[in-house]
Design a protein around this ligand. Structure first.
Ligand SMILES: [Fe+2]
Length: 206
């Protein structure tokens, strides 16, 4: 999909910022934030950005207040399973070996199990579990496809990928905004739900 303009930033037209850590009446969020921050500041910063962008996107998809709150939590916690991944893999300043990739790919399931143990809403734990599934069925851990994948996971997949491309990673430099946006557009209908990609471009500004 080609956009009619060259986006340079994401505008977040939030009416509510969800900065209050008591946002959830299901569980106390602050320990999760501390745990993620202590493990890896880069992942924690990524979690906040992804949560913010996911809610902006959810607003464009006309999700209600309760859905947006759970979406914020799901997106913030999407990589929480990484707290169990060893630092040598998580922060490796190079591409991962295939054995290391296998370990890294356990993080959605680890996150799901952590949240399930805490009794977090199934809507949130499922969103975390399936955030690396692909629209075309080529993702992991289960190879779900299309609308078998929960909507929250499909939203997180887009904003997570964009944020990863647009920001520095241990093993590569960031792409500029237009290039990162172009990658997202090119993956509509394969990696990503086209409807979600369309909404993503509504939160980008020229
Ligand atoms: Fe992830």
């Amino acid at each position: 999909m080609q956009t009619s303009h060259t986006p340079t930033s994401i505008s977040i037209p939030l009416t509510q910022t969800f900065t209050d850590f008591s946002v959830s009446n299901q569980f106390e969020l602050k320990p999760w934030i501390n745990q993620l921050w202590a493990k890896d500041e880069c992942t924690a910063r990524h979690a906040f950005r992804v949560a913010k962008a996911a809610v902006a996107l959810g607003e464009k998809l006309a999700l209600d207040e309760c859905q947006l709150r759970d979406l914020w939590l799901s997106a913030f916690l999407h990589d929480i399973g990484k707290v169990q991944i060893e630092d040598a893999i998580l922060n490796k300043p190079a591409q991962l070996e295939s054995s290391e990739q296998r370990v890294m790919k356990t993080h959605p399931e680890r996150g799901f199990e952590l949240l399930e143990k805490k009794g977090v809403s199934p809507r949130i734990s499922a969103a975390v579990r399936f955030h690396h599934e692909r629209w075309d069925g080529g993702g992991y851990p289960f190879g779900l496809e299309g609308e078998q994948i929960p909507l929250f996971s499909r939203i997180i997949a887009v904003v997570d990928a964009f944020d990863a491309l647009a920001n520095r990673r241990p093993y590569r430099k960031p792409l500029g905004f237009p290039d990162a946006a172009q990658v997202i557009a090119a993956c509509a209908g394969t990696q990503f739900d086209p409807k979600v990609v369309k909404a993503f471009f509504l939160i980008t500004s020229p």
